[in-house]
Design a protein around this ligand. Structure first.
Ligand SMILES: Cc1cc2nc3c(=O)[nH]c(=O)nc-3n(C[C@H](O)[C@H](O)[C@H](O)COP(=O)(O)OP(=O)(O)OC[C@H]3O[C@@H](n4cnc5c(N)ncnc54)[C@H](O)[C@@H]3O)c2cc1C
Length: 390
């Protein structure tokens, strides 16, 4: 078949959920993925919140590497703040096995009735008679497919965004540069995620350790290139040497995480963008899996309504903008502002804040309450952040 209601470009979490949802609504759907294996190579630390994940799928031990109970935040001088799962909210949950998870989601799309093609890239795009002619290269062969609607779920380097003329440009301070090692032969609690903060560790970002079972963990870093004097790899290597000198690196991941906040619009005539393509990642944590899935879902519903109305114009598809903005758009805006302010906190300030929590019943406090207590203790230090705390 070469005529589809919806062609979804990219079989990451955004694309597979979009294809699944659209197919469940009875639309003719094609999901294409340029890589020959869905989910490989993984460019992710694989952490998701429990609540977010369970909105879309029932957790399955086949693709859950670890269940997390605590999050430990470590300041530059080694003061530790430990948050329990209950109180940390979105900060802890599961560490996924994305190689299996992404394939599982694509299988759900296929089961719902979507056609799925791997080793198939979208390579050209033109609008014609109110539809899109999408050029694809599948197993080396070029052909053209007609789509009423294209959902661009093609990740951080989205070509669909450029073709459609949607402005998703990233300035130098809107993308974190990341490197991650899958490490074995290191010590950690397998129910805890760890975050090392401060310029000493990761200028404009943080270092993370996310357990993958008992014997391995994702140890990675995100830095803001405009603040870092060296490369992300340089800071991570120094950290690994100091903290895990006996550790073995068995996999390396390199990638960029958009931290732009909310874009004005993720739609154009016949086109919607979802997930990293639409810069839907959280500017503070860099987490994007759950927002990508939510966006994919909203885009598919908007596609269904547009197709029912036989109107694929930007005006009609703007309903999708309304949906993702009311779902998580506000938190992108708020967290972008907060991220910019947090990046200005220097290491002695972070140490003072972490130290002042010693002896407090942190395990009983929510993140918001914790922030409030910190503000009470250090109103002058945190005056700049007051709108986010009180
Ligand atoms: C180092 C690192 C660590 C991260 N850690 C976390 C984390 O712990 N938790 C979290 O929630 N998020 C994390 N993220 C972010 C997360 O990985 C992304 O937000 C998420 O994968 C976005 O999903 P997506 O479906 O939008 O895009 P992707 O998962 O990037 O999927 C896009 C897909 O489109 C395909 N594609 C691209 N172009 C084409 C084309 N022309 N034709 C066909 N297919 C195409 C790609 O091959 C890819 O499979 C991390 C990112 C990085 C780089």
């Amino acid at each position: 078949m070469t005529d589809y209601d919806v062609v979804v470009v990219g079989a990451g979490p955004a694309g597979s959920i979009a294809a699944k949802t659209a197919a469940e609504k009875g639309l003719d759907v094609l999901l294409i993925e340029k890589r020959q294996e869905i989910g490989v190579p993984v460019r992710c630390a694989e952490g998701v919140s429990r609540e977010g994940l369970e909105k879309f799928v029932n957790p399955d031990s086949k693709w859950i590497a670890s269940e997390i109970e605590n999050a430990e935040i470590i300041s530059p001088s080694n003061h530790k703040v430990v948050l329990s799962a209950e109180n940390a909210g979105n900060e802890v949950g599961y560490v996924l096995e994305r190689k299996i998870f992404d394939r599982y989601l694509a299988r759900l799309a296929s089961k719902a009735g979507a056609d799925v093609l791997t080793k198939t890239s979208a390579v050209s795009f033109k609008r014609e008679n109110g539809t899109v002619k999408l050029g694809i290269r599948s197993m080396g062969e070029f052909s053209e497919i007609t789509a009423k609607i294209v959902i661009g779920a093609d990740g951080v380097e989205s070509r669909v965004a450029k073709w459609a003329g949607i402005d998703t440009t990233l300035k130098l301070n809107e993308i974190e540069s990341c490197v991650q090692y899958l490490m074995t032969n290191i010590e950690f609690d397998d129910d805890t995620t760890y975050f090392w903060v401060g310029r000493k560790y990761a200028p404009g970002g943080y270092i993370w350790l996310f357990p993958k079972g008992k014997d391995a963990a994702n140890v990675g870093i995100g830095v803001m290139p405009s603040l870092a004097e060296k490369s992300a790899k340089w800071y991570l290597d120094r950290f690994v040497e100091e903290h895990f000198p006996e550790g073995e690196i068995v996999e390396v991941v390199v990638g960029g995480v958009p931290v732009k906040g909310a874009i004005d619009t993720a739609v154009a005539d016949n086109v919607m963008l979802a997930g990293d393509a639409a810069r839907h990642t959280d500017p503070i944590t860099g987490g994007g899996i759950i927002n990508a899935m939510s966006a994919g879902h909203h885009a598919a519903i908007a596609a269904y309504e547009a197709i029912k109305a036989k109107d694929y114009s930007k005006e009609t598809l703007k309903r999708y903008d309304e949906k993702w903005k009311s779902d998580f758009g506000e938190s992108l805006v708020r967290n972008k502002k907060l991220q910019e302010k947090m990046m200005r906190l220097d290491d002695p300030t972070l140490d003072r804040l972490a130290k002042s929590l010693e002896g407090m019943p942190i395990e009983e406090m929510s993140v918001r309450r914790l922030a409030f207590e910190l503000f009470k203790k250090h109103p002058r230090l945190l005056w700049d952040l007051r709108e986010f705390i009180v």
